[in-house]
Design a protein around this ligand. Structure first.
Ligand SMILES: Cc1cc2c(cc1C)N(C[C@H](O)[C@H](O)[C@H](O)COP(=O)(O)OP(=O)(O)OC[C@H]1O[C@@H](n3cnc4c(N)ncnc43)[C@H](O)[C@@H]1O)c1[nH]c(=O)[nH]c(=O)c1N2
Ligand SMILES: CC(C)C(=O)C(=O)O
Ligand SMILES: [Mn+2]
Length: 485
C-alpha cells in the first residue's frame, strides 16, 4: 500500500513543535489580499466563529477572514500553507459536531460574503452557487421557476457547508442526501490550487469519468479543502402535497409501520418519527395539541389523485398497526405549521429543559433494524434515567436522541457520552453508522475507526496527507492529529 513519509512529517512537526501563529505580519499579508474590511481579530468575531450548535465548547480562531472570491481564498491558503497556519472553513455555524472549533488556533475562513447565485439552469434542473449562499436563499431565488432544492437540515445552513457535512434532512427519503445532489464543486486545496471536482463547467447528471472527487469532498468537513462553489441538482415543485399525522400506543408499532410503508413502495416525501417526550416539547414550543404518544409525521407528493391514494393506503397501514387519530391536510398553512414544528424540534427541546446542555445523537441503520434500534435507545434512556426526546428521519433508518445534561456536572457528561457511544455501537452492530448526517467532527473520531476498519482508515489517512501534507486544513477534525503524525 502507498505510504507517505510519516517519519519526515513527524519530525517536521517535532522540529516546529506547533503550528505557525497568526501574528501582525500574517494579518497584514492577508489584509493585502482581502482588504482591511475582510479580516478581523476582534474577540467577538473570533468567538462567534469558533462556535457551532454542538455541545463542544468554543475554540476561537486567531483571526477571521471573509474572502470575496475564489482567488482571495486561494491566495490566503498559499500564505497559510507556507507558514503552517491552520485554516478552518466556516459556513453558517449550524453544524452539530464541533467542526468549526479552532483546536490549534489559525484562521477561520468565513464564507458568508461569497453570496452569488452563479447560474440556474431551469430546464436542466441544476444551479451553481458560491460558498456563502444558504439553502433558504437558493430556494427563494428558484421558487418562481417552479423549482426547489429539497435538502433541508432544519437550519438555514450554507449549501457548501451542507456539502461539507454531507447533510440531509426530512426530504432525504425521497430526494436523497447531499451525496446524491451535488454534481460538481470548486475547491481550493491546502496549497492554494483551485480544482473543479468534475471538471470546470461540467454538470452532467451522470458520469463514469475517473475517480469520484465530488463525493470525496462531500462529507470532508473542511479537512481536505475549502469548497468555494457547488453545482447542485434542483427538483420540480410537486403539483399536490399533503401532510399526515398518526399516533401509536408504542414505539415499536410506530416504527414497524414505517418499515411496512417502505416495503409497500409508497413513494413518500417525508416520514418522520417523534416519541412522546418529543411531542410534548413540540406541543409547548410550537403550540400544537398533539396526543403525547409515539407519532409519525408523513408527507405525500404527486398529482392530487395520487396524493389521495397514497394517503389512504398510508392510513390503512397506520390503522392496521394500531395507529390512531390519522389526519391529513393539504392546506399550505397547516402543512407549514407541522413541518415548522418538526424543524424546530431542537429548539423545542432546549426550551423544555432550560439551563441544560443538549447533545444530539445521529445514528442510522438498515431500515429492517430500525424498530429494535429505536426501542433499544428508548430503553437505554429509561435505564439511565435520562430524558430522551427522539426524532428521526426514519424513512432512511436515521434518528436523533437528544440528551440533556448539566454542563458543569462531569458525571452527567460522561454518562451522556457513554449513552451516545453505546447507541452508536449498537447501530454499527446492525450494519449501520454512528452518523447519518451530522458528520464525525470532534466527538466521533474513534467511532469512525471502529466503523470503517483499519484498511479504510489507513486509506483515509493517505488521502488526507496527500491533499494536505502539512495538515493545515481543519486540523483535529475527522482524524485525530495523533493518527496522522
Ligand atoms: C435546528 C437545526 C436542525 C438541523 C441542523 C442544525 C440545526 C441548528 N443540522 C446541522 C447543520 O445544519 C448541518 O450540519 C449543515 O450542513 C451545516 O452547514 P453550515 O453552513 O452551518 O456549516 P458550519 O459552518 O457549521 O460548518 C460545518 C463543517 O463544515 C465545514 N465547512 C463549512 N463550510 C465549508 C466550506 N465552504 N468548505 C469546506 N468546509 C466547510 C466546517 O469547517 C465544519 O467542519 C442538520 N443537519 C443535517 O444534516 N440534517 C438535519 O436534519 C439537521 N437539522
Ligand atoms: C436538530 C438536529 C439534531 C436534526 O438533525 C434534526 O432535527 O433532524
Ligand atoms: Mn436530522
Amino acid at each position: 500500500m502507498l505510504r507517505l513519509p510519516t517519519r519526515t512529517l513527524r519530525s517536521t512537526f517535532r522540529s516546529l513543535s506547533s503550528y505557525g501563529k497568526v501574528d501582525d505580519k500574517i494579518v497584514s499579508l492577508i489584509c493585502n489580499i482581502v482588504g482591511p474590511d475582510n479580516v478581523t481579530t476582534s474577540e467577538s468575531a473570533r468567538n462567534l466563529h469558533g462556535t457551532d450548535e454542538s455541545f463542544h465548547p468554543t475554540r476561537a480562531p486567531e483571526a477571521v477572514v471573509t474572502p470575496l472570491s475564489t482567488s482571495h481564498v486561494s491566495e490566503v491558503m498559499k500564505i497559510c500553507n507556507s507558514h503552517r497556519i491552520p485554516v478552518i472553513p466556516f459556513g453558517t455555524g449550524t453544524g452539530f459536531e464541533g467542526g468549526v472549533g479552532a483546536l490549534y488556533g489559525g484562521v477561520c475562513m468565513a464564507m458568508h460574503k461569497m453570496t452569488e447565485i452563479v447560474e440556474v439552469n431551469q430546464s436542466d434542473f441544476d444551479a451553481t452557487v458560491r460558498a456563502g449562499v444558504t439553502r433558504h436563499q437558493l430556494n427563494d431565488w428558484i421558487r418562481a421557476d417552479g423549482l426547489h432544492f429539497p435538502i433541508d437540515p432544519g437550519a438555514g445552513a450554507s449549501v457548501c457547508g451542507m456539502c461539507s457535512t454531507s447533510a440531509s434532512g426530512t426530504n432525504a427519503v425521497r430526494y436523497g442526501t447531499m451525496r446524491e445532489n451535488v454534481l460538481n464543486m470548486e475547491v481550493v486545496l491546502a496549497d492554494g490550487t483551485v480544482i473543479h471536482t468534475a471538471g470546470e463547467g461540467r454538470r452532467p447528471k451522470k458520469t463514469s469519468c475517473g475517480y469520484n472527487l465530488t463525493n470525496l469532498f462531500v462529507g470532508s468537513e473542511g479537512t481536505l479543502g475549502v469548497i468555494t462553489q457547488a453545482t447542485v441538482r434542483l427538483h420540480g415543485i410537486p403539483e399536490a402535497t399533503a401532510a399526515a399525522i398518526s399516533s401509536f400506543d408504542s414505539v415499536q408499532n410506530a416504527v414497524d409501520t414505517v418499515v411496512m410503508i417502505l416495503q409497500c413502495g409508497l413513494p413518500l416525501a417525508r416520514i418522520e418519527f417523534l416519541n412522546s417526550d418529543m411531542i410534548s416539547a413540540c406541543n409547548k414550543f410550537s403550540n400544537l395539541q398533539l396526543k403525547e404518544a409515539p407519532t409519525l409525521f408523513l408527507e405525500f407528493i404527486g398529482s392530487p389523485s395520487g396524493v389521495e391514494e397514497q394517503a389512504m393506503l398510508a392510513e390503512e397501514l397506520c390503522v392496521g398497526n394500531g395507529g390512531e387519530n390519522f389526519s391529513w391536510a393539504t392546506e399550505h398553512s397547516e402543512r407549514e405549521q407541522l413541518w415548522k414544528a418538526r424543524h424546530n424540534c431542537w429548539y423545542a427541546v432546549k426550551a423544555t429543559y432550560p439551563g441544560k446542555h443538549a447533545y444530539s445523537t445521529d445514528v442510522v441503520v438498515p431500515v429492517s433494524h430500525l424498530p429494535e434500534t429505536v426501542v433499544f435507545c428508548h430503553e437505554l434512556a429509561g435505564e439511565m434515567g435520562v430524558p430522551a426526546p427522539i426524532v428521526g428521519h426514519v424513512g432512511d433508518g436515521n434518528f436523533h436522541c437528544f440528551l440533556l445534561s448539566n454542563q458543569d456536572d462531569e458525571t452527567e457528561t460522561l454518562r451522556i457520552k457513554d449513552f451516545s457511544r453505546k447507541l452508536a455501537l449498537k447501530a454499527q452492530s446492525f450494519g449501520g453508522s454512528c452518523t447519518g448526517e451530522h458528520g464525525i467532527g470532534l466527538g466521533k473520531r474513534e467511532l469512525l475507526i471502529e466503523e470503517v476498519g483499519t484498511g479504510a482508515f489507513e486509506t483515509m489517512k493517505i488521502v488526507k496527507k496527500s491533499l494536505d501534507p502539512l495538515l493545515i486544513m481543519n486540523p483535529g477534525k475527522v482524524i485525530d492529529l495523533d493518527h496522522l503524525l
